[in-house]
Design a protein around this ligand. Structure first.
Ligand SMILES: CC(C)(COP(=O)(O)OP(=O)(O)OC[C@H]1O[C@@H](n2cnc3c(N)ncnc32)[C@H](O)[C@@H]1OP(=O)(O)O)[C@@H](O)C(=O)NCCC(=O)NCCS
Length: 261
């Protein structure tokens, strides 16, 4: 079936959010940071991911993989029934409308969100600072609307943030910065069919042209380290986020640019 890779638009956001939620249902980091699943609010999570996607449209390289939804089978069993000319015209119009809707309908089967490289010597721009502020403001509105953070373990969230900062300081040795793959998700049922690779290729090709490195963190050792290995990533460090005895390990991986002829 044909697959279209395009930049995320406002209309794609509900599909993108669903894809992320479903792909990360059993993810080790997700289960660690939302440790009490009874408190997990899917609705709060949808609102938060929605805000993140809106931010991503303006500030990230946010791609979606879309597949057309097959047109529903037309029910022509009533062909031999007697119909008036008006009824028949009406039925034809309905069928044309149905075809138009189904040919323009597609579903999001995968998403990737990358942050472009930021040279270490450059300060954050006012634009980027303002955009981050808008995102924080939207997240705060979510907290008010849903009376909390929907089961997010804040202590663990900040442990992760600290570990991430440390790991990136250690691994990001190239002063030109890194293309950072922040989210990659393919719908369960569509995985293992080359969709993740296509979503990654768009940005990895761009990185190769610019002779830039790529970076990602994955909390799933198996099979993701192997999957990313096939795309040219190597594990540079293992980041252990420890809340007492409960540890979430993330694999920090870097891809060197391919030499282009
Ligand atoms: C990780 C993920 C994004 C990969 O996307 P995908 O569409 O399943 O991967 P692809 O089919 O494009 O496979 C990419 C490569 O990995 C290989 N691969 C795929 N699944 C594999 C598996 N289970 N074990 C080993 N290799 C595998 C493929 O053969 C392919 O290699 P090739 O291009 O050399 O042939 C997807 O599986 C996913 O969404 N998983 C759940 C969420 C997640 O873990 N996200 C990543 C967070 S960092």
């Amino acid at each position: 079936m044909s697959l279209e890779i395009s930049l995320l638009t406002e209309q794609d956001i509900p599909g993108a959010v669903e894809c992320i939620q479903r792909a990360f249902e059993g993810d080790p980091y997700f289960l660690w940071v939302f440790d009490d699943q009874a408190k997990f609010s899917k609705k709060r999570n949808v609102a938060s991911l929605h805000a993140r996607c809106q931010w991503g449209i303006n500030n990230a390289l946010f791609y979606v993989a879309k597949q057309p939804i097959p047109a529903p089978e037309e029910d022509d069993n009533d062909e031999d029934m007697a119909v008036t000319e008006d009824q028949s015209k009406n039925q034809d119009q309905q069928k044309t409308k149905k075809r138009a809707v189904s040919s323009s309908s597609s579903r999001v089967v995968g998403v990737s969100m990358w942050l472009p490289p930021h040279p270490a010597s450059e300060l954050e721009s006012w634009h980027s600072y303002f955009q981050s502020w808008i995102l924080s403001f939207r997240q705060m509105l979510c907290n008010i609307r849903f009376l909390g953070r929907g089961g997010l373990n804040l202590k663990r969230y900040w442990i992760w943030k600290e570990c991430q900062e440390r790991a990136q300081r250690e691994v990001w040795t190239d002063p030109r910065g890194y293309y950072f793959c922040n989210v990659l998700a393919v719908l369960p049922g569509c995985q293992g069919k080359g969709i993740g690779r296509k979503l990654m290729d768009v940005v990895m090709r761009q990185a190769d042209v610019e002779d830039a490195k790529c970076y990602l963190e994955s909390s799933k050792g198996v099979p993701n380290v192997e999957i990313y290995g096939r795309m040219g990533f190597k594990t540079m460090s293992e980041m252990d986020c420890a809340d007492g005895d409960v540890v979430c390990r993330l694999y920090c991986m870097v891809r060197e640019p391919k030499l282009l002829n």
